[in-house]
Structure formats: structure tokens, C-alpha cells
Design a protein around this ligand. Sequence first.
Ligand code: 2AL
Length: 244
Amino acid sequence: MKIRVINPNTTASMTEKIGEAAKLIAAPGTQIIACNPASGPVSIESHFDEAVSAVGVIEQVMAGERDATDAYIIACFGDPGLLAARELTRAPVIGIAEAAFHLATMISTRFSVVTTLGRTGIIAEHLLQSYGFAHHCRRVRAAEIPVLDLEDDGGRALELIIDECLRAKKEDNIGSIVLGCGGMADLTEQISDAVGLPVVEGVTAAVKLAETLVSLRLGTSKFGDLDFPRPKAFTGQFSDFSSK
Ligand code: 2AL
């Protein structure tokens, strides 16, 4: 099966890292296509970044539809464009935040999220509310690192994330931790070893959930609101989105 893993930001090194993490966990026979939009923010750490990145996600799903894609993963913790992407395909589309929340509730009754910047915590809080997971989450915490610091191998990002996870373990009365950024996909084992709690990471969680849905032949329902968008014209820079 072919899974298209979309990094919604335009940083190629992060796309490569996300793709590697996905390949490492994927079953034999699963092909991982890691990609990112041609245009958009280099990192997503505001509502503005998220809104712009959602268009890039949609373009990547449209490209995947021309390439016999079996499932899509949106590999940014705000799950930008998730419902819009689902409208465009019969394949399953999974956001890494929703994947991680689902799995965390299956191994623990309460978790905390450790994300990058405090200002993006509200994005995770909104998702917890809208997905119905809010009562499973004790706290959304931030290591206060900009997303692109995760690309700096010599930096202190890992240390700061582990410190915040250890504070969560001490103060939050939790059974597990959810990592709150696609750029943390390669750090799960090191963080879990250092913290001594189960650590759920969304890219890897989403790959296993996508494989499960595809093997169960469960795709996005075309009954109701996730049906293909009604045909219409788009103008200006979005004229390519017009129905042919
Ligand atoms: C993210 C993420 O996963 N990728 C990105 O660019 N921004 N979200 C986050 N909370 O750090």
C-alpha cells in the first residue's frame, strides 16, 4: 500500500526526517511517500501559518489522488486542512494529533501534551475539544522551542523537551505523554527512555492507523459532509481548483 505523508511546512529536512520515522515503523509492503507543499511557511507555529499551510496540504492530496494513494497522513500537530483533505478523497486521511490522542487513550486514562511553543498550545487545546479528548488530557505543555530548532542537531531542543516531559511526569498525574510536533518524530525512543513513561508520537501512530484502516478496507465516508466538494468555479490564484 502507498501512504503519502504530507509535512505541511516547507522545510525539506523536516520532511525527510518525518519520512524516515514513517519508513522505520511501516510494515513490509508499505510504501511511504514523504512530501511537502511547494509554497508556504517553513514552520507552523501560529493560526496564520496554519491557515496558509492548509492550502499546501490540499494541493498535496490532489497530487496524491493522481498517484493511486491508499492513505494520507497530515504530519503537523495542528492537523491543518484535515476535514478539507478528507472531502477530496475516498482514502483515509489521518492527522498526527488525532492519531496520537487516540492511541494515548488506549494505553492510559490521562496524558499531557508536550509541544514546541506556548503560543501554539491553544491549537492542541482546540483539537482536544473538537475531537472529544479534552477530558483525557491533563495539560498542554510547551518546551518553548521554535519548530526549526528541532532541525538543529547541535542545539538543546531534546534536552528542553525531556525537561518538560519530566515536569509533566512529576506534576500532572499522567500515564503517558503525547509529543506535540511532527519534527519530534525521531526523538520518541530517547525521550521515552529518559522520562520512563510511554511516549506517543503522532507520525508513527498515524502510519500504523493508516495501515489498519487500509487493510480493513475502511476509507473516508462519502456519505454526508465528507463527500466530494460541490463542483464550482474558483477565481484568481485558485482557478486551478475549479471543476473541470
Ligand atoms: C508544528 C508541527 O508539527 N510542524 C510544524 O511546523 N509545526 N506544530 C507544533 N505545535 O510545533
